[in-house]
Ligand binder design. Structure first.
Ligand SMILES: [Cu+2]
Length: 208
């Protein structure tokens, strides 16, 4: 009798849990992929690809943080992408001082001559492009694209980017590169997550 009751209870629990679990199974994450080439068909590294859900539903931010180093009088990496509201730290790993600044409308700031890690990170609270330099070393430049989504990636040496673990949905995929001829008109396309092959984008680039 006890065994029968236990089996019956298990069935009941299973029947109750199944509908509760289904949404989680259905909401399994899928990748979004892109291939970015220039006007000659050459794959482009360091292009930013970001995905905004077409219904505008975004997960709440989790106090995102990022790091942009200064190594051998260069910013590393040259190109970064972060979600709006990200705190970025700028460690100086050289044994000379740097003075990091930006005049970009999305974020004006200056970290006066310093060594090591600045005490406070810089908060990037507006979307847009932030171009950074060093007041001492003119050749130093870095690009930070601030976007209103947590789903983004950069293309690798093969021009490929994969935005992993996005909930299954349709997204507006947008592409940006720091050498784009027309940065005011970013190419974009609606793509369903997990829909197979990469979305191909051709960018018109300035020569280096
Ligand atoms: Cu410098």
């Amino acid at each position: 009798m006890r065994t029968v009751t236990r089996t019956w209870l298990r069935c009941l629990v299973g029947a109750l849990c199944l509908p509760l679990c289904l949404p989680f199974v259905a909401a399994r994450a899928a990748p979004l992929r892109a291939l970015v080439v220039d006007q000659r068909g050459t794959p482009i590294p360091d292009a930013v690809v970001y995905a905004e859900p077409v219904d505008g539903k975004l997960p709440p931010p989790k106090r995102p943080q990022a790091v942009i180093d200064q190594i051998k009088r260069r910013f590393v990496p040259l190109v970064s992408v972060v979600r709006t509201g990200t705190a970025v730290t700028f460690p100086n790993k050289d044994n000379i001082e740097h003075d990091v600044y930006s005049f970009s409308p999305a974020k004006r700031f200056e970290l006066h001559l310093y060594h090591g890690v600045p005490a406070k990170p810089v908060m990037f609270d507006k979307p847009g492009l932030v171009v950074m330099g060093c007041n001492i070393h003119d050749q130093m430049i870095a690009y930070l694209l601030v976007v209103d989504t947590p789903w983004f990636a950069k293309t690798d040496a093969h021009g490929e980017a994969s935005i992993d673990d996005v909930p299954p949905h349709t997204y507006k995929l947008t592409v940006w590169h720091y050498r784009m001829l027309d940065p005011d008109r970013l190419p974009s396309r609606n793509v369903a997550a997990g829909s197979g092959g990469p979305a191909r984008f051709t960018l018109q680039l300035k020569s280096e």
